[in-house]
Design a protein around this ligand. Structure first.
Ligand code: GLU
Length: 376
């Protein structure tokens, strides 16, 4: 991928230094030029997610605070003030291009804890399906120092992984990764990174940017997360207007290349990294559906074993006891037992709420390769 037009699902992270000018105002002309680029990509069929910093930078200026480090409670107070202005600006500027903005504030837990992760993922995919543009920031006002990303580079990478995006763009005040500190005579821009070797990691050096919290170090960490999840990642400068158009036109930037697609990476993660805590025994009809690449519906579930919560990994077993698939289950054990064998039209009566149609959605499920189904 060289041109962003090729991305199916694109996450763009915008650093504080780009959005907030020296007077503490939002750089509206710049943001409008970025939105024009996004709108062009959206028209071509690319789904768009924005991860935007800037709440703390805006809020502290609105509160009239002098530059300098803030204590945690002060950053949180500043974020509470700045996030409103930020959301308002996105709503207006996206709206002017007929795009619908949707604000999502995430904490570290929402991306790390699987139950919450599944919720965030399905909200995001619903918004994307409806053509809206989610605008994400960390929920700074409630995060505590121990459970905080603090930088949106890694948050954006986790979001990319969560929604199986195929491309992540990090826009900041630097146009890519350099072989030596930018500005020094021997420094050269690296256009493409195929492997994050220790040499590459060492080029990140020390954090530099004055306004945001990220530096090259968090960008390399973001690259590890993003490419591990099968996304291409690009570091590019957002100092000029139309920063995305410039990337597509071959402007300075550094691309990091994944080794697999997002779907393959996600399936490998589900199949390998997680120990199943429960077992769903399914009938032959369900086995056929799974082999055909479909989701596991509650109607095909005969028996449930083990103890699990929504979002946990479970094994899917045939009636003869072979493991056919693994996946992230969409229900807690007690609810799964209530709806096993039922059609979706009957869930609400049994659960008291309208649950999801799938016991395990096909995106959250991997058929185990070595299994051979003997029709019987
Ligand atoms: N979440 C922070 C904010 O909106 C920014 C974190 C970062 O600088 O990456 O102000």
């Amino acid at each position: 991928m060289k041109r962003l037009e090729l991305a199916r699902r694109l996450v763009v992270k915008i650093g504080s230094a780009l959005l907030v000018n020296g007077d503490g105002q939002i750089n509206r002309d710049w943001l409008a030029s970025l939105v024009a680029d996004l709108s062009h990509l959206r028209t071509g069929g690319t789904e768009i997610v924005i991860v935007s910093s800037g709440a703390i930078a805006l809020g502290r200026r609105t509160l009239g605070w002098a530059p300098g480090p803030l204590k945690l409670d002060e950053s949180q107070a500043a974020a509470a003030v700045g996030q409103i202005a930020l959301a308002h600006a996105y709503q207006q500027i996206l709206g002017a291009d007929n795009l619908v903005a949707a604000q999502i504030l995430l904490t570290l837990y929402d991306t790390e804890e699987r139950r919450r992760y599944l919720n965030a993922r399905s909200t995001l995919t619903t918004l994307l399906r409806e053509g809206a543009v989610p605008v994400i920031n960390e929920n700074d006002t409630v995060a505590t120092s121990e459970i905080r990303y603090g930088d949106n580079d890694r948050l954006a990478a986790r979001v990319s992984s969560m929604i199986s995006a195929d491309c992540l763009v990090l826009l900041s005040d630097i146009d890519g990764l350099y072989t030596a500190p930018p500005g020094s005579p021997e420094a050269k821009l690296i256009p493409e990174v195929l492997d994050i070797t220790p040499e590459i990691a060492a080029m990140a050096g020390k954090p530099v940017s004055g306004v945001g919290s990220g530096g090259m170090i968090t960008k390399i960490e973001a690259a590890r997360i993003a490419i591990g999840a099968g996304a291409h990642m690009v570091i590019a400068s957002g100092r000029e207007l139309h920063p995305l158009k410039r990337i597509s036109e071959g402007g300075n930037c550094t691309w990091f290349r994944p080794k697999a697609t997002p779907i393959a990476s996600r399936k490998r993660w589900i199949a390998g990294a997680l120990e199943p805590v429960g077992r769903l025994v399914v009938d032959d009809g369900a086995v056929k559906a799974l082999l055909a690449g479909r989701s596991l519906l509650p109607s095909g579930v005969r028996r449930i074993e083990g103890v699990f919560s929504r979002g946990d990994t479970v094994s899917v077993m045939t009636l003869t006891g072979g493991e056919i698939a693994r996946g992230l289950v969409a229900y807690d054990k007690s609810d799964a037992e209530r709806i096993a064998g039922l059609r979706s039209s009957d869930f609400e009566e049994r659960l008291g709420w309208r649950g999801r149609d799938e016991m395990i959605h096909r995106d959250d499920l991997v058929v185990i390769g070595s299994f051979h189904h003997e029709p019987g």
